[in-house]
Design a protein around this ligand. Structure first.
Ligand code: ADP
Ligand code: MG
Length: 193
């Protein structure tokens, strides 16, 4: 991670509007009643990029759901844990699933990717977090939205700022500017073979 740029410096080089080729996936929004949501994707075990690609495909295959855009791919060291570096990205979806149904679907995709939870912050084959669900605030025993730790994490805020800069304040970016994070691949990571 020695070559990794600091978060704030890297953000200045970001082009906020990417057009990502999502070959073969649904990219048009469902007709009525769809909510835009942002999903944080992470993996630090196994074939990380392949797992994230499969996760995006799985999101696009959910009922009433399409993937609108995906961010660049970032690399960061685990927070409060050991293990290999994470690869992280954010996907913007439109979905007719309600927030709890979407969370259940995210957990099913994690399970299918071999996710295990032996202890808190354990290394993982796939982590899917519901960052934002429209402009809703949700607090139930299963689900908190906006995600309660998203503003502490450069690996969430930088890719989210690519897709939705209006959702990430300068103050939030400043607060994570000391975290070390590297751009691992541009937005074409999703379609590269
Ligand atoms: P981590 O916080 O490290 O991502 P997990 O992925 O194991 O941990 O999630 C732990 C629990 O967090 C899940 O069982 C889920 O019910 C809960 N949770 C609460 N809010 C959210 C959210 N916005 N997105 C994903 N999981 C959430
Ligand atoms: Mg999670």
């Amino acid at each position: 991670m020695a070559e990794a740029p600091k978060a704030a410096a890297h953000l200045q080089r970001l082009n906020n509007r990417y057009s990502v080729p999502l070959g073969g996936m649904k990219t048009s929004a469902p007709t009525t009643g769809a909510t835009h949501a942002w999903i944080g994707l992470g993996a630090n075990l196994g074939e990380r990029t392949a797992a994230l690609r499969q996760a995006v495909q799985a999101l696009a295959a959910l009922p009433g759901t399409c993937v609108l855009r995906t961010s660049s791919l970032y690399r960061s060291a685990p927070v409060d844990a050991g293990g290999p570096d994470y690869l992280n990205a954010v996907a913007e979806i439109a979905t007719t699933l309600d927030a709890h149904a979407l969370l259940a679907a995210l957990q099913a995709i994690e399970q299918a990717a071999g996710r295990e939870r032996p202890y808190r912050n354990a290394p993982r084959t796939l982590d899917l977090d519901l960052l934002l669900y429209g402009n809703q605030c949700i607090a139930t025993s299963q689900l908190t939205v906006p995600h309660p730790r998203m503003h502490e994490r450069a690996f969430v805020l930088l890719p989210l700022a690519e897709l939705a800069p209006e959702q990430v304040s300068p103050e939030a970016l400043q607060a994570v500017s000391g975290q070390t994070i590297a751009l691992h691949d541009g937005p074409a990571w999703l379609s590269a073979t």
